[in-house]
Design a protein around this ligand. Structure first.
Ligand code: DGL
Length: 262
């Protein structure tokens, strides 16, 4: 079981930011990554549609004997993970906007959350926000249009800059001192964020925490891969291999990227 792969899925290329953290922390794990780019963005879809897509992705990964599934997408986690956990007998690790650490550390008691419409509108996001942000002003901002730009390899473009500037303005005016990145695509906006945000603002994303949680669950289940060799990493996309490749350029291990019509 321990040499079975960890399955990871996202609506597209964004979850590669999570895959990188997982690979860094557990280089001997075999992984299968699914980029459902054909159906991106998930953030504009109904809860039911997001759930159906998440089921399709889960079954693809289970058909390939994954021992654990990382839902590397805030939108799919907040809309579908409860359903997945109830219906499939495999551990699921999800990702949600990291409101808790931001709220605990904020001095201005004002925190910004940039996420998709699907995440911000979900009941899971609302309960997390209510439970962890007592006495904290949470400024929610939908990042409409950012995911398609990142998918198209335009994370550093002037269009992305204009949109991001517009989205950050109200949060900055409210006095936020922490910005929570509530979408796994958004870490690819870091160069622009560094340019647009004043130096005192801390950007929080959950990638590393997800990798640590994944390792903890594998350890607890006795299914951590203890091999000393580097794991095999397979990536599947239902659009262009070249688009996904662009997000894996600096990865130092061998990865296989294939097209598959899922
Ligand atoms: N990476 C997904 C997330 O974390 C993007 C959602 C989308 O496709 O809109 O929410």
């Amino acid at each position: 079981m321990s040499d079975h792969p960890i399955g990871i899925f996202d609506s597209g290329v964004g979850g590669t930011s999570i895959w990188k953290e997982i690979h860094r922390l557990m280089p001997s794990e075999n992984t299968i990554y699914l980029a459902d780019s054909k159906y991106a963005p998930y953030g504009e879809k109904s809860e039911e549609h997001i759930r159906q897509l998440s089921i399709k992705n889960t079954e693809f990964l289970l058909d390939r004997a994954c021992k654990l599934i990382v839902v590397a997408c805030n939108t799919a986690t907040t809309n579908a993970i409860d359903h997945l956990r109830k219906n499939y007998d495999v551990p699921f690790i999800g990702i949600e906007p990291a409101i808790k650490p931001a709220a605990l550390q904020s001095r201005s008691k004002t925190v910004g959350v940039l996420a998709t419409k699907g995440t911000l509108g979900s009941s899971l996001f609302h309960s997390t926000s209510e439970n962890h942000a007592h006495g904290i002003k949470v400024i929610e901002q939908e990042g409409t249009g950012l995911v398609p730009l990142i998918e198209a390899g335009k994370a550093g473009s002037s269009e992305a800059r204009t949109l991001l500037k517009k989205y950050l303005e109200p949060m900055l005016e409210s006095g936020m001192d922490h910005l929570v990145l509530g979408c796994t695509h958004y870490p690819y906006l870091m160069p622009l964020l560094n340019e647009l945000l004043p130096g005192h603002i801390r950007v929080i994303d959950s990638g590393e925490a997800v990798a640590r949680q994944t390792r903890a669950v594998l350890e607890r289940n006795g299914s951590l891969n203890r091999s000393t060799e580097s794991g095999k990493s397979v990536f599947y996309t239902n659009t262009h291999v070249s688009a996904l490749k662009g997000f894996l350029t600096e990865v130092d291990s061998t990865v296989v990227i294939s097209h598959w019509d899922f």
